[in-house]
Ligand binder design. Structure first.
Ligand code: IDP
Length: 137
């Protein structure tokens, strides 16, 4: 059993497709172990995406991630990190495989509907960033 962090990003929350995205996870063997809707500050977003701070899109990304509410979740299941990444599809929705969350719901390479941890090590860090142990069930 693995746990991974998922975020439904502001564009998808604004489009009212939270339930449709969660259905992709539940229908594919992932269970929601924790979930909350929150609005990040720009500082929260900068801390979360610190690894990208040298990238040219960093400031825009932090503006976007703090532009509206997000839904953060801990997903649990066998190979949860890899499975979530497969369900999400490629970063750029134009390159995302048909039937993936990003192919179906993302607006652009930046406003791309979902975040998912890219390794088990990062999943642990990202889960701790958002959730206390007692919130993960
Ligand atoms: P990932 O979310 O698929 O793991 P990363 O390369 O880790 O992709 O990038 C983090 C986030 O930064 C992306 O999900 C997207 O929102 C944004 N991003 C990535 N590349 C670009 C870009 O070239 N322009 C604008 N935003 C980008």
């Amino acid at each position: 059993m693995e746990q991974t962090l998922s975020i439904i990003k502001p564009d998808a929350v604004a489009k009212n497709v939270i339930g449709k995205i969660i259905d992709r996870f539940e229908s594919n063997g992932l269970r929601i172990a924790a979930m909350k809707k929150i609005k990040l500050t720009k500082e929260d977003a900068a801390k979360f995406y610190e690894v990208h701070k040298e990238r040219p899109f960093f400031n825009d990304l932090c503006e976007y991630m703090s532009s509206g509410p997000v839904v953060v979740m801990v997903l649990e299941g066998e190979n949860a990190v890899k499975k979530n990444r497969e369900l999400m599809g490629a970063t750029n929705p134009k390159e995302a495989a048909p039937g993936t969350i990003r192919a179906d719901f993302a607006e652009s390479i930046e406003a791309n509907a979902v975040h998912g941890s890219d390794s088990l090590e990062n999943a642990k860090k990202e889960i701790t960033f958002f959730f206390a142990g007692r919130e993960i069930l």
